[in-house]
Each structure stands twice: as C-alpha cells, then as structure tokens.
Design a protein around this ligand. Structure first.
Ligand SMILES: Nc1nc2c(c(=O)[nH]1)N[C@H]1C(S)=C(S)[C@@H](COP(=O)(O)O)O[C@H]1N2
Ligand SMILES: [Mo]
Length: 242
C-alpha cells in the first residue's frame, strides 16, 4: 500500500509514520509491539475520537460518556472455572417448563447467533466492534419454555458468581452465551469456554465461566450488585455505582 518514507534521510517523519502504521494495525485488530507508551495512548485516543463521532443504530452515541477505547479486553480477574469444554454444563432453569442441562455439544446444536458488539467496562475502558458467536438468550428461553411472568435473568458462573439483568436487556438480539470472540475461543482469564454477554450493560453483567441462566419473576442482585455497583448498569446513563 503506502510507501515508507526514507526515514534515514527524513528522521522528523518517523513519529508520523509509526503512528500511521499503528492506527492501521489497530483498526485491523493486530497488536503492535515495541512502541512507546505515549504512542500507544495517542493511537487509542484516535480510536476514542472516531467512536465518539459515531452514532449507533438506536440513535445513542457509539461511545458512552466517560469511556475510552482500548484495543483489546483487559483481564479484570474473577474466581475462575476450569475452562474445559469437556466439563462445560449450562443449566437453563427457573421459571421454565422444561429445565435444560446443556453440555458443549448440545449448546452447539441449538440455533447459533453472531453479533457485532462493543463492550464497556465500568472502570472506563471500551472495546469496540468485536464479533461474538454463541447462542442468544432468547433461544435458551424458547428451548426451555420460559414462563410468561419472567421479568429478570440471573447469569450464574463458577464458584457462586451471579449477575442479574432485566429480561428486556438480557433478551436483546446481541445478548447471548458466547464461545467465540473475533473467531477465537476465550482464554481462561476471559471466561473459557463460554461466557455470558449483555453488551449494552456494563461488562460486569457479562459472566465469565458461565454455568447457568436462570429466568425468574423477582430480581436478585448479583455479586457486584450487592457490593456497591448499580443494579441496572446502563453505560449511557452512567449507572456505575449504587
Ligand atoms: N464469573 C465472573 N464473571 C465476571 C466477573 C467475575 O468476577 N466473575 N467480573 C465481571 C467484571 S467486573 C468485568 S469488568 C468483566 C471483565 O471481563 P474480562 O476480564 O474478560 O475483561 O467480567 C465480568 N464477569
Ligand atoms: Mo469490572
């Protein structure tokens, strides 16, 4: 594509060239090594500016207030599951006609979905434009025969972690249990083999190492919600803390 200038003869062009190459690879989702911290931040700010100028299909700004775009998910910790596909079980239960226990193969036999989504961490970082593949929460609701009076979805994960979401948020087309991000499986740190995804709420609602999806009439604040985080967590309303 573009030709590298003769940087030996014109060293003053070096920064501009490096930054341009970085932006190109950042847009392509490729990591760039051996760049200074200042350069990295500059490029991320460019991505933030681009996202800030953008509008979502639903009319809301692409970047929620107080967020900044970074290139890839940060490992925010948590009490890990074993990460193994062979041990994976997803219990779909609560107010349903037929409780399901899906192993990984059974999950893959259900109708699959793909969605492009942005995720927004309450600590201020956002990752835009990732392609997630999995099974929509609506598909699980249908498969289990969710009852008519359900108003809340509780995502259950390894070691007792839970996250709650109103049914309306949890059944948007981009809400799912997901096993691929940009075509790649999740690492253990990011929730292998399957995690929840409710991308239009702050990312703490997206349970890593997911073990269950429970439908119920009553709300039930989860792990972070009883520790001072907002019960609903809408990033556009900056519902960060209780
Ligand atoms: N099981 C489980 N899921 C979890 C958490 C956790 O502690 N345990 N933390 C949440 C929080 S606070 C965030 S910000 C995201 C972070 O996901 P990441 O580490 O893949 O970036 O996972 C969410 N899901
Ligand atoms: Mo978080």
């Amino acid at each position: 594509m573009s030709k590298r200038p003769d940087l030996d003869r014109y060293p003053e062009l070096t920064d501009r060239w490096d930054r341009r190459e970085f932006l190109k690879s950042a847009v392509a989702g490729t990591a760039v090594i051996a760049l200074g911290g200042a350069l990295f931040r500059l490029a991320a700010d460019e991505l933030s500016k681009k996202a800030m100028a953008d509008t979502r299909a639903d009319g809301r700004p692409r970047l929620p207030p107080g967020q900044r775009v970074i290139e890839q998910l940060r490992d925010m910790g948590g009490d890990e599951g074993d990460g193994l596909v062979k041990n994976f079980r997803l219990r779909v239960h609560g107010a349903v006609k037929k409780e399901l226990v899906l192993d990984y193969g059974a999950l893959l036999k259900l109708p699959q979905t793909e969605a492009k989504a942005d995720v927004h961490c309450v600590t201020g970082w956002t990752v835009i434009d990732s392609l997630f593949k999995g099974v929509a929460i609506t598909t699980l609701a249908e498969a289990a025969g969710m009852k008519g009076d359900v108003k809340h979805v509780i995502f259950e994960a390894a070691n007792g972690f839970t996250a709650n979401a109103p049914l309306a948020d949890a059944t948007r087309p981009n809400a799912m249990v997901t096993y691929r991000m940009n075509g790649r499986p999740f690492s253990l740190a990011h929730g292998a083999p399957v995690r929840g995804l409710v991308p239009d709420l702050y990312f703490w609602k997206s349970a890593k190492w997911i073990t269950g999806v429970r439908f119920q009439k009553d709300d039930e604040p989860g792990y972070w919600e009883v520790r001072g985080y907002n019960n609903h967590a809408d990033p556009w309303k900056e519902e960060r803390y209780a």
